[in-house]
Design a protein around this ligand. Structure first.
Ligand code: NAP
Length: 522
């Protein structure tokens, strides 16, 4: 059985006890163990801050961009090996493994290329400068400079590659070293990614550290120059961000948490139209991709009551065609859930939802998987529920079942009602609204916008090009208000805000221009 190591203080650390076991979710075979026992978290943090931070701040944005592109290239070269590892440790199909790995390399490359927008500088100019005195000699500008600490990146189990890469890309471009802590159950993929990057020698010493296993006392050592970027459940987020030390130090914390994402079919969409087809394709993919273990997966499906039966039948038919099983079997189209804990949670969660909604496809229990031994593997078939009379207190607006489970919720077809229902989720990462009416879209935006990190507007005009609502594109913000954690990641250069301090500069215009290279007029 493989023992996962941590990478701290410029070297690999192997623990001698306190191990958690990692399993192949299709066979339940123990495949690795992980522990951070013996890691000196104080030394690891100091090494990242001092060695890694100074090395990065020596580089201008263009050089940091090259670094990110080299990271992307090194990982891409080992794509096939990482896909195979992902099948073994996370249970994803090849297609779902590519989604994670290509998301990782694509985002690293995107931020590498974005560096050209910042030029050969080390300071980001934030907005236009302006005259502060009677004449333009007394001038004001805003700039952003990297924090002096380390960025601790704690990730969920579902995206072991993309999860760390999207955070690391923004932190490194901004000029902050990173300490990566993957979820233990799927840490094999992340550990191998870091090993590949170390072997490729593309990242300066101290810029990248890895903790496999528990985070120990790391968070109680962070100060106001450090950052915690967290992705995971709302319960863990609450515990971590309300820790005494983080509160006392005012350490920056960004949270990406649970989300009851919705897909809405507007009343103007005609059956069998292109937008109707797009809605069905997107919703089906967003329920089943990665076995529903996606923070952006669709959990609530709002459909005009008059079309409810037709849509239910369409989705049930597609779900019935899904072959659940071991992804090494070529017939399989959806893998298992990632762990026994996730399987137990999906079963329990579906049962809770079924107390208020009716199961109309599937049964919310474990199933045997194709290509897998009977009774083994964390397999769970796609499950569809329906609730014709939902209210704000219903569990469907509060309980995220992190698996291939979604609920159909018929409504009157109006944009106002759709927004009201979406808002019952208490803040989500993404709401998708399928409509060919600009008026409906505008009404929906005004009322659902405050409750959504992203609104995906599905229409016939974009049907051919759009990848679906579940992809966290680096150009667009990823995060959401309320239940979704209140955080913001990605969104192009906006992602660097978390890792930089905004400084209001006041002084002579000439001096400020020399400092920033910003010669734009008022
Ligand atoms: P989780 O149990 O909350 O764990 C998330 C991470 O926190 C893991 O790395 C975990 O490490 C770590 N952790 C737990 N307790 C900790 C502590 N006391 N100190 C430091 N770290 C600690 O979540 P999960 O089961 O991995 O992921 C599923 C959840 O993540 C879902 O609710 C999903 O909605 C959410 N998610 C959100 C997004 C988003 O972008 N909004 C993306 C993906 C997933 P261990 O594994 O070692 O316990």
């Amino acid at each position: 059985m493989k023992t996962l190591k941590s990478y701290v203080c410029g070297g690999w650390h192997e623990a001698d006890g306190g191990f958690a076991t990692l399993y192949n979710p299709s066979t339940e075979e123990a495949i690795a163990q992980a522990s951070s026992q013996g890691v000196d978290f104080g030394a690891a943090l100091a090494y990242a801050r001092e060695r890694g931070g100074s090395a990065l701040r020596e580089l201008d944005f263009l050089a940091r961009g090259e670094l990110l592109k080299n990271m992307s290239k090194a990982l891409y070269e080992k794509r096939d090996e990482l896909i195979a590892l992902s099948l073994e440790n996370t249970g994803t199909t090849r297609r779902d493994a590519k989604f994670d790995l290509d998301g990782a390399t694509g985002t690293l490359h995107y931020y590498g290329a974005l560096a050209s927008a910042l030029g050969p500088n080390k300071v980001i100019v934030d907005g236009e400068g302006q005259k502060l005195g009677r004449s333009a000699r007394f001038w004001g500008e805003h700039v952003r400079v990297p924090l002096r600490g380390a960025a601790v990146l704690i990730n969920a189990f579902n995206f072991p590659a993309w999860g760390f890469a999207e955070k690391a890309a923004a932190a490194i471009l901004a000029g902050m070293p990173v300490i990566i802590k993957p979820a233990t159950s799927t840490a094999m993929v992340t550990e191998r990614c870091i090993e590949i990057l170390v072997e490729a020698d593309v990242v300066p010493d101290g810029v990248m550290s890895l903790i496999c296993g528990s985070a120990g006392d790391l968070l109680s050592r962070l100060d106001s120059q450090d950052v915690l970027a967290f992705t995971g459940s709302a319960d863990t987020a609450l515990k971590l961000k309300s820790g005494d030390n983080l509160l006392a130090q005012c350490t920056r914390v960004n949270v990406e948490a649970d989300s009851l994402n919705s897909a809405v079919l507007a009343g103007d969409v005609e059956p069998s139209s292109e937008t109707w087809g797009l809605f069905l394709n997107d919703v089906f993919r967003e329920i089943t991709q990665k076995s529903g273990q996606k923070c952006t997966a669709v959990r609530r499906i709002f459909i005009p009551a008059e079309h409810a039966d037709t849509i239910q039948a369409e989705l049930a038919q597609r779900m019935g065609d899904v072959v659940v099983g071991n992804p090494t079997d070529p017939s399989v189209t959806m893998g298992p859930l990632a762990s026994d804990a996730q399987l137990a949670d999906a079963i329990e969660g579906t049962k809770s939802l079924a107390a208020e909604s009716k199961i109309v496809h599937g049964h919310g229990e474990r199933v045997d998987g194709a290509g897998a031994e009977a009774g083994k593997g964390y397999f769970f078939a796609p499950t569809l529920l329906r609730n014709d009379d939902t209210g704000a207190d219903d569990l469907v607006h509060r309980r995220e079942v992190f698996g291939p489970v979604a609920t159909l919720l018929p409504y009157d077809g109006s944009a106002e009602k759709a927004a009201e229902l979406v808002a019952m989720g208490g803040g989500s990462l993404v709401a998708s609204y399928y409509s060919d009416s600009d008026d409906n879209a505008a009404t929906f935006l005004a009322a659902a916008g405050p409750f959504s990190g992203r609104i995906y507007l599905g229409s016939e005009k974009m049907a051919e090009q759009a990848p679906g609502s579940g992809v966290a594109l680096p150009q667009s913000l990823h995060g959401g208000p309320g239940r979704a954690g209140g955080g913001e990641e990605l969104g192009g250069l906006r992602a660097l805000n978390l890792y930089t301090q905004r400084v209001a500069l006041q002084g002579s215009r000439k001096m400020l221009q020399n400092l920033t290279g910003n010669t734009s007029e008022e």
